[in-house]
Design a protein around this ligand. Structure first.
Ligand SMILES: Nc1ncnc2c1ncn2[C@@H]1O[C@H](COP(=O)(O)OP(=O)(O)OP(=O)(O)O)[C@@H](O)[C@H]1O
Ligand SMILES: [Mg+2]
Ligand SMILES: [Zn+2]
Length: 509
C-alpha cells in the first residue's frame, strides 16, 4: 500500500517542494525514513508513532518505508512530522480524504499536539506560488502566515482535529488576519528625542542618517548621551514599505523570533548586540545557518555601542555584507545567503579614559593609548561610515532647561517626506534610499555645479579623502537636499556633507 503527501522544505531563505511517500510491505514491523534526513527528521518515527497511538489511531503493524523526495537534498528539522503522520494514515487505509492540492507542515508532540516550527511564512508563500489550494500549519504559526492571501491556511491544534477536518466531520477555521496585531520588535518603552537636551547638531546628523539610511559613527566623552541618542533612533526611522515588511518578517519567521500572537513586522528593527557577540552570532551560524544579528536588522538599524570593544574579527565580518546588502555563509551542506540591508550606527569614546580631544578636561591615558584605542576601528570599516559626528558634553544651562526639545514625531514626519522623494526617484531599481545607490546611480542623481566641484576639490586636498568617501559625500548631500525638498544639490548641502567626513581627521590623524 502506498501514499504520497506534499510538504515544503527550507534551506536558508530558499524553499522547495518535498513529497512524503509511504509504502507498507509485509514483513517484520519496522520504520525506515530515507531521503537524507537529519537527526530531527529521523526521530520523527518515534514522535509520529506515539502521536498516532495517543490520538486513537493504529500504527501499521508492517514494514513501513518513508521517503522524503527529492532524495538528494538534506532535510532538517521536525516540520515533516505532520506530513509523515498523514501519509502513514493514508497508506494504512485509516484516511481516504483527497489531499492532492494541499501541503502539511508541523512538528508533533507525543500526545498528538501540533507544535510551532520556524520559517512558516516563506513556506506558505511557496505553497501559494505553486498553486496549492490549502496548507495545514501549526496553530501557533497562524499569526505570521495569515498575511498571505490566495491560499487557504488552516491552523491545526492537534492531529485528531486535522483528521476530523479532512474527513469532513468538524471543520477547522481558516486563519484570519483580523485576529492578530502587527509585531513590534522594539521594546515598548516610550522613548522620544524630546528627552535629549541640546545636541542639536547630533540630532540633525541622525535625522539625515535616518532619512537616507546612512551608516553613522558617534564619538564623544562618557555620559555625553551617545547611547541615549542611539536608543531613540527607532522613533524617527521612516515607515516600512509593504515589501520591506514582508522581507523582514520572512527572516524573523526563519529565525523563529516572531511571537505566537503577532503577524507582520511593521516597524524597522533595531538590533543592539553586545560586544561579546561572536562573528557567527553577527553573521549567522549553526550547522544549517540561521540568520544572525546582521540579518535580523534587515531594513532597520544595527547598533554597535562601544565599537572598539568588539573584537577585530567580528568587526571585519561586517565589511563585505555592508557593501553587498547580503551575507553568504558557506557550509558543507551548501551555501546560504541571507539579506542584510542595514543602517549601521556605531558609538565610541575617543580613548580608554574617554576625554581625548576634550576642550577642557585632560585625557589621563598613557601617551600611545588613544592612538592604539582608535586603531581598533580599522580604516576600511571607518570608510564605510558615511556620517561621523562628535557628541560633545552638553552644557549645564542646556541640561537644566525645562523646555522639551523637538519631538520624535516631528522629526519622523520630515524623514518620511525625504524618504518618499528617494523612493520615487529610485522606483524600479530595487533600492529605496540614497545610501544604497550604486556608483552609476550616484553619478546620475547627484549632479553638482561648478562651485560645488570647487568646494569638493578643496576639501579633498585638505582631508585626503578616498574614492569611496567621494561617493558617500555626494549621497549624504543628496539626502540633505531631499530633506529640504530641493531638486538640486546646492553648495551648502555639499558643505554640510563634507563636514560629516571631517571628524576622522581629528582623531584618526
Ligand atoms: N543631552 C542630554 N540630555 C539629557 N540627558 C542626558 C543628555 N546626555 C546625557 N544625559 C544623561 O546621561 C546619561 C548617560 O548618557 P549615555 O549613557 O547616553 O552616555 P554615553 O555617551 O553613551 O556614555 P558612555 O561613553 O559612557 O557610554 C543618560 O542616561 C541621560 O540620563
Ligand atoms: Mg554609552
Ligand atoms: Zn584618555
Amino acid at each position: 500500500m502506498f501514499s504520497c503527501v506534499q510538504s515544503i522544505g527550507l534551506f536558508g531563505m530558499q524553499t522547495y517542494p518535498v513529497a512524503v511517500e509511504t509504502a507498507l510491505e509485509n514483513g517484520l514491523p519496522r520504520i525506515d525514513i530515507v531521503g537524507l534526513p537529519d537527526a530531527a527528521v529521523s526521530e520523527s518515527r518515534d514522535r509520529v508513532r506515539a502521536a498516532m497511538k495517543n490520538s486513537g489511531f493504529l500504527f501499521p503493524n508492517a514494514r513501513v518505508t518513508i521517503n522524503l523526495s527529492p532524495a538528494d537534498k538534506r532535510k532538517e528539522g521536525p516540520m515533516y512530522d505532520l506530513p509523515i503522520f498523514i501519509s502513514v494514515l493514508k497508506a494504512s487505509g485509516q484516511l481516504s480524504a483527497e489531499t492532492k492540492d494541499c501541503a502539511f507542515v508541523g512538528e508533533l508532540s507525543l500526545s498528538g499536539k501540533v507544535r510551532k516550527v520556524n520559517g512558516i511564512l516563506p513556506m506558505v508563500i511557496d505553497a501559494k506560488e505553486r498553486g496549492l489550494k490549502a496548507i495545514y500549519i501549526p496553530f501557533d504559526n497562524a499569526a505570521e502566515s495569515c498575511i498571505i492571501t490566495g491560499i487557504d491556511i488552516y491552523p491545526v491544534l492537534t492531529c485528531k482535529d486535522l483528521v476530523r477536518h479532512l474527513k469532513g466531520e468538524k471543520l477547522i477555521r481558516k486563519a484570519d488576519r483580523k485576529q492578530f496585531p502587527a509585531f513590534e520588535p522594539q521594546n515598548p518603552e516610550v522613548l522620544d528625542f524630546a528627552d535629549v537636551k541640546g545636541q542639536f547638531q547630533v540630532k540633525r546628523a541622525l535625522e539625515i542618517a535616518a532619512a537616507g539610511g546612512h551608516n553613522t559613527l558617534m564619538i564623544g566623552p562618557p555620559g555625553s548621551g551617545k547611547s541615549m541618542l542611539a536608543k531613540r533612533i527607532p522613533t524617527i526611522l521612516p515607515d516600512m514599505t509593504p515589501q520591506e515588511s514582508l522581507d523582514t518578517t520572512k527572516i524573523y519567521s526563519i529565525a523563529g523570533v516572531l511571537s505566537n500572537h503577532h503577524s507582520l513586522v511593521l516597524s524597522r528593527p533595531f538590533r543592539a548586540p553586545h560586544h561579546s557577540i561572536s562573528p557567527a552570532g553577527l553573521s549567522g551560524g549553526g550547522q544549517i545557518p540561521k540568520p544572525g544579528e546582521l540579518s535580523l536588522a534587515h531594513h532597520g538599524v544595527l547598533f554597535l555601542d562601544e565599537l572598539p570593544e568588539f573584537p577585530r574579527q567580528t568587526m571585519e565580518t561586517l565589511r563585505q555584507p555592508m557593501e553587498d546588502g547580503c551575507i553568504t555563509i558557506a557550509r558543507v551542506s551548501g551555501s546560504i545567503t541571507y539579506p542584510c540591508d542595514v543602517m549601521l550606527v556605531c558609538a565610541m569614546n575617543p580613548c580608554p579614559c574617554g576625554f581625548y580631544g576634550h576642550p577642557t578636561k585632560k585625557c589621563t591615558c598613557p601617551p600611545h593609548a588613544p592612538a592604539k584605542y582608535l586603531a581598533k576601528v580599522s580604516g576600511p570599516l571607518l570608510d564605510r561610515l558615511d556620517i561621523h559626528i562628535e557628541v560633545p558634553q552638553v552644557e549645564f544651562d542646556k541640561l537644566s532647561d525645562d523646555q522639551p526639545g523637538e519631538s520624535s514625531a516631528k522629526i519622523k514626519a520630515r524623514v518620511n517626506a525625504a524618504r518618499k522623494i528617494q523612493q520615487q526617484r529610485l522606483a524600479g531599481s530595487g533600492i529605496s534610499c540614497n545610501a544604497k545607490m550604486t556608483a552609476s546611480q550616484t553619478r546620475t542623481f547627484c549632479r553638482i555645479d561648478e562651485s560645488g566641484k570647487k568646494l569638493l576639490e578643496r576639501s579633498f586636498d585638505q582631508l585626503g579623502l578616498s574614492a569611496r568617501a567621494y561617493d558617500k559625500i555626494l549621497r549624504v548631500a543628496r539626502t540633505i537636499a531631499d530633506l529640504e525638498g530641493s531638486e538640486n544639490i546646492a553648495t551648502c548641502h555639499l558643505a554640510e556633507a563634507v563636514q560629516y567626513r571631517a571628524l576622522d581627521r581629528k582623531f584618526w590623524k
